[in-house]
Write a protein that binds this ligand. Structure first.
Ligand code: PGA
Length: 251
C-alpha cells in the first residue's frame, strides 16, 4: 500500500521559536482519523528539535531540505547525509527546482546526493518538474523522464522503495498558479508508468507521488482525489498551521 504523505517545505523561513510553535499546533490539532504521514522540512539547525517533538506520534517525521553530494571532510558549510540522519531526520528533499536553478545542481550531482542519503538510511523525496517554456513547447514529459532516468534509475529495486517522488512544475511554485488536476494527474500517471517499465508493478504501485506548486486548502482535496496523486509538497501554505492543517485534513 502506498502512503499518503504531506510535506511542509519551509525553505529559508521561520526563526526557531516560530518553527516550534507551528509544529506544536499541527501536532496537537491534526484530526486523528486521517491516515497521512506528515513530514516537516525545517532548516538544518532545527532538525534535531523538531524530530524530538515528532517522536510522540508515529505519523509525524522530519526531513532535511537538501544534503551535500560529498560524504565528509573539508567542505566548509556543507551538511552531510550522515549528519542529518544522526539528528533524527527520516527524509531528505533532493533536486528541488530552487536548488537546481539557484545553485546549478545537475542530475548527476543529485544522483550522488541520493546515493549518500540512501547509504545513511535516509528516505529521499525527489523533486522533478518542467519550466513554463518546456511545457509550452510540449517537452515536459521528456524533461521529467530525463531527470528521473539520470538521477534515480541506477538504483536497485530495494533502494528505489525508499524514494518518494514530488512532481513540481516550476511555473506553479510560489506563483499562486496551480497545475490543473488533469495536468497533474497526467504527469503523475506518466511517472508511475516509467517506474513500472523500469522496475515492476510492485514498485510502481507502492510509489508515493506528491504534487507541489501552490497547493493550498482550496485545491488540495481535488488534487489528492486523483488516482496517482498521493499527497503534496507544500511551501507557502505550510508556514501557517491553519492552512497546513486544512491541507492535511483534506484527505
Ligand atoms: P509552494 O512551494 O507551495 O509555495 O508553491 C512548493 C515547493 O516549492 O515545494
Amino acid at each position: 500500500m502506498r502512503k499518503n504523505i504531506v510535506v511542509a517545505n519551509w525553505k529559508m523561513n521561520l526563526v526557531r521559536s516560530d518553527a516550534l510553535i507551528l509544529v506544536h499546533e499541527v501536532l496537537s490539532n491534526k484530526a486523528d482519523n486521517i491516515s497521512v504521514n506528515v513530514v516537516f522540512a525545517p532548516s538544518y539547525p532545527y532538525i534535531y528539535k523538531v524530530a524530538k517533538l515528532c517522536e510522540i506520534n508515529d505519523n509525524f517525521s522530519v526531513s532535511a531540505q537538501d544534503c551535500s553530494s560529498r560524504k565528509q571532510g573539508a567542505h566548509t558549510g556543507e551538511v552531510s547525509a550522515e549528519m542529518i540522519a544522526s539528528c533524527g531526520a527520516e527524509y531528505v528533499i533532493l533536486g528541488h527546482s530552487e536548488r537546481r536553478i539557484k545553485f546549478n545542481e545537475s542530475n548527476e550531482q543529485i544522483k550522488h546526493k541520493i546515493d549518500n542519503a540512501l547509504e545513511n538510511n535516509l528516505k529521499v523525496i525527489f523533486c522533478c518538474g518542467e519550466s513554463l517554456q518546456q511545457r509550452d513547447s510540449e517537452l515536459h514529459f521528456d524533461w521529467v523522464e530525463e531527470q528521473i532516468k539520470e538521477s534515480i534509475f541506477h538504483l536497485s529495486k530495494d533502494q528505489v522503495k525508499c524514494v518518494t517522488l514530488a512532481y513540481e512544475p516550476i511555473w506553479a511554485i510560489g506563483t499562486g498558479k496551480t497545475a490543473s488536476t488533469v495536468q497533474a494527474q497526467d504527469m503523475h500517471h506518466f511517472i508511475r508508468n516509467l517506474f513500472e517499465k523500469k522496475y515492476d508493478n510492485d514498485v510502481s504501485d507502492n510509489l508515493s507521488i506528491l504534487y507541489g506548486g501552490s497547493c493550498n486548502p482550496n485545491n488540495a482535496s481535488q488534487l489528492f482525489s486523483q488516482n496517482d496523486i498521493d499527497g503534496g509538497l507544500i511551501g507557502g501554505a505550510s508556514l501557517h498551521s491553519d492552512k497546513f492543517l486544512a491541507i492535511i485534513n483534506s484527505f
